[in-house]
Each structure stands twice: as C-alpha cells, then as structure tokens.
Write a protein that binds this ligand. Structure first.
Ligand SMILES: *Cc1c(COP(=O)(O)O)cnc(C)c1O
Length: 411
C-alpha cells in the first residue's frame, strides 16, 4: 500500500473554525429567535465594484470570439497586469520593479504555501505567534517540524511571540533562522510595523542571510500616512524579501481568486555547493511546471482595480470597512474593553475583559450579545486572553453588535 505523508498527521486538527461553527449551531438551535451577528470570519461582504465587474464581463466576452479568444496565458500572468501593478501599486511608493519580478497567481494563501518548494527543508523558519495558520501548517506538511508540544508550538520551528509588551511587533528570533514570516498589517492582531521597525528587520535579515516572507494582504487598509505598504519601501529589502499581495481583501476577490508574489532578481540563496543562486529563477521554474496561470477574465478584472474608476470604487468599500473598524474600536474602548489594531487593518484585537480566556469570552459574547468573533487562542498560544473582531460586515450589524456589547460591559 502507498505510504501517506505522515507529516499531515502532526497537524493539529482544523480546530478553530469548526469549533466556532459547532458552538454557534448549538446556540442557535437552543435560541432560534436570537439574531446572531457574525464578526468572526476574515471574508469580505461587499460585492465586486462596477468597474471590475465590467472588465470581468468583457474578459468573458473576449473568450466567446475567435479573434479575441485566449487559451493558456503566461504562467507568470499577463504582462499588462504585472505592469499596471508596478505602475499603480509600487511606483507611487518609490519602489521600482521589473515585469519579471511580479508573478500573478490565484491568491496569496497558495503562494505563501507554495513558496516553500524553492527552499531547502534544512532551513530554520521563524513564525509569529499568534499567526495566520497557513505559515505554520504548510511548514508542518513539508516536514520541517516535529510534533506539536504542550505549549502549542511545533518542535523544530522558531516562534516569535507578538504581545502587548512588544506592541505586537515581535522581537528578533531567539536563534539563527533562514526564513522569517512577517505579516503587516497583521492578521489576526490588526497591528502594523513602522518604517523603522521594518528597517530593523531588513537589516537583521541581510546581516543573518535570512529571507523575509512578507505578507502584505492588508496593505490597502492602511490609513496612516507613514506606515509602509510594501517591504520594498525599505532600502535593501530586494536583497532579502519576497512579498505577497492579494486582490482578495483589497477588491473583494476572495471568491474570484487573484494575487501576486514579488520575487526580486537581487534576492539570492545558496546552493549545496555554496554558490549563489536566484530565487526569482527558481520561482519562475516552479510556476511554469506547477501552475498554468490565472484565467484571462480574472486578470482583466484585476487590472480594472487599478483604473481610476475602479480604484475610486474599491477605495470607497475599503473606507466603509475601516469605518466599521472605527465604530467597533471606539465603541468597545468606551465600554472599557482594551482594543488594538483596527486603524490600519480590518481587524480589532481586543483584550478579553476580566482576564477571561478567549473561549470563555467567545461563549459570553455569543450567549449574552449574540455576537460571534474569533478566539485569539486559535491563532497561537500568545493569542490566549485576546479576541478578534472583523470589520467586514454591514454597518447596521456592526452598530447593533457594538451597542449590545456596550450595554453588557459599558460602565
Ligand atoms: C486573507 C489573507 C490572505 C489572502 O489570501 P488569498 O489566498 O489571496 O485569498 C493572505 N494572507 C493573510 C494573512 C490573509 O488573512
């Protein structure tokens, strides 16, 4: 019989979201009249904007005619999409990229997982805690870790606790590592890194020959002027960082699927013989073999995000979500609940009142306010005692949720 990949058995069962569903289901069957408000999941709620939809439709129509039909596209994405991203998303930040450094994909979850293909298994990896679970699980799947320990950490991976004390920007790893995952604006904490903080990371990575895997999925939600949108705004970052971006949260593409990964030509690793080699070449090779590009209408739709009209429409929705974030943050703060994030990201990371555990607070919020959020402990051991509320939702629901919480906890 064929042997399975035993590494998968090390994975902690997908516990968080199934357990949330189970508890919500149990509550709703006992309380069928309770009007539940869901601020738990990290999915957008607004539909695609008109300019994007129009381009999407045109892309589909092109496929219906012989002279504009498109079959297999370039595995790296169409040049016109990479170029519009370079011109509209990077150049205004003072970042110059070459077309061959931008790889279009079906999303940054897949890319941040697949990127491990081009790194040797012997590399040491540092991961934040709490964290987007994909970084942890994909390293376990490829066999870079041992079993999970009592603390909730996989043996063999290096963890960087993100706590109130360090402002949710972790300290450098406690031992020498080769790969460092950073996500700013952060999911789940909603916090950001300043230019100085990112510069310290870039300097550290260069000094230690480490590669930073920088997840910028939420960069479009940054509202403060001096917060970096891209790690390449930091001098030297092209020598040490790969950046992931996504149209998912920015433009409501969670179901459409489009993202991008930047692998600069300057980024080098070493071969078994100690020679320098380009990660860009490896990623290109990997994509050409294992990926066949994003569908043409989706790339048309993605390019329309960066048209003047498209961006104005997309920005309006981002502002809407960020107003939700403000309402949640200010409402909860007024009720005496300590909140982090929510200024440059669509997530509010709150400290559970009265020292409750994350799950106790989940139950209390569900039972007394009919509001569903996400227990912080589900994102890692350092998330215990915290709770994530998402700003993706309809305004009236957000206002009602905040009102209910205020009535319950307001002083
Ligand atoms: C939502 C999210 C993404 C985006 O994933 P896609 O596959 O592009 O939808 C990436 N990173 C983080 C941290 C996220 O929360």
């Amino acid at each position: 019989m064929a042997r399975i990949n035993d590494n998968y058995l090390k994975l902690q069962a997908g516990y968080l979201f199934p357990e949330i569903s189970r508890r919500v289901k149990e509550f709703t069957s006992a309380n069928p009249d309770a009007s539940i408000i869901r601020l738990g999941i990290g999915d957008v709620t607004k539909p695609l904007v008109p300019a994007v939809l129009k381009a999407f439709h045109e892309g589909v129509d092109d496929l219906a005619k012989g002279d504009s039909f498109h079959g297999y596209g370039p595995e790296q994405g169409y040049d016109w999409l990479s170029q519009v991203i370079i011109d509209k998303a990077y150049r205004p930040l003072g970042v110059e990229l070459k077309n061959n450094e931008v790889f279009i994909s079906d999303g940054s979850k897949c890319d941040s997982a697949n990127i491990l293909d081009i790194f040797d298994l012997g590399n040491k990896v540092a991961i934040g805690d709490p964290v987007y679970p994909v970084y942890n699980d994909t390293n376990v799947m490829v066999g870079r870790s041992g079993q999970i320990n009592d603390k909730g950490y996989y043996e063999g991976l290096v963890y960087m606790p993100c706590t109130e004390e360090n402002g949710f920007t972790p300290a450098f790893p406690s031992e020498k590592v080769d790969i460092i995952y950073l996500c700013f604006p952060n999911n789940p904490t909603g916090t950001v890194a300043s230019k100085e903080q990112l510069k310290a990371w870039v300097d550290y990575a260069i000094e230690n020959d480490a590669v930073i895997l920088f997840d910028a999925a939420y960069e479009a939600f940054i509202t403060e002027a001096d917060i970096p949108h891209s790690i390449y705004e930091i001098e030297g970052a092209k020598k040490c960082a790969i950046e992931f971006r996504s149209f998912s949260k920015t433009a409501g593409f969670t179901g459409v699927r489009c993202g991008l990964t930047v692998v600069p030509e300057e980024l080098l690793g070493t071969t078994a013989n100690g020679e320098k080699y380009s990660f860009n070449k490896l990623w290109n090779r990997r994509q050409c073999t294992k990926f066949n590009g994003v569908s043409y209408p989706v790339q048309k739709a993605a390019a329309a995000v960066y048209s003047d009209e498209g961006w104005a429409q997309v920005k309006e929705i981002i502002d809407y979500y960020m107003e939700n974030a403000r309402i949640i943050r200010e409402g909860l703060s007024a009720a005496g609940i300590e909140c982090f994030g929510g200024v440059n990201a669509p997530y509010i990371w709150l400290k559970t009142p009265q020292g409750m555990t994350s799950w106790d607070f989940f139950d209390k919020l569900l039972n007394e306010c009919f509001v569903v959020g996400t227990p912080g402990s589900g994102f890692g051991p350092s998330g215990e005692g915290y709770f994530r509320l998402s700003a993706f939702g309809e305004r009236a629901n957000v206002e009602t949720a905040v009102q209910r919480i205020k009535e319950k906890w307001g002083k």
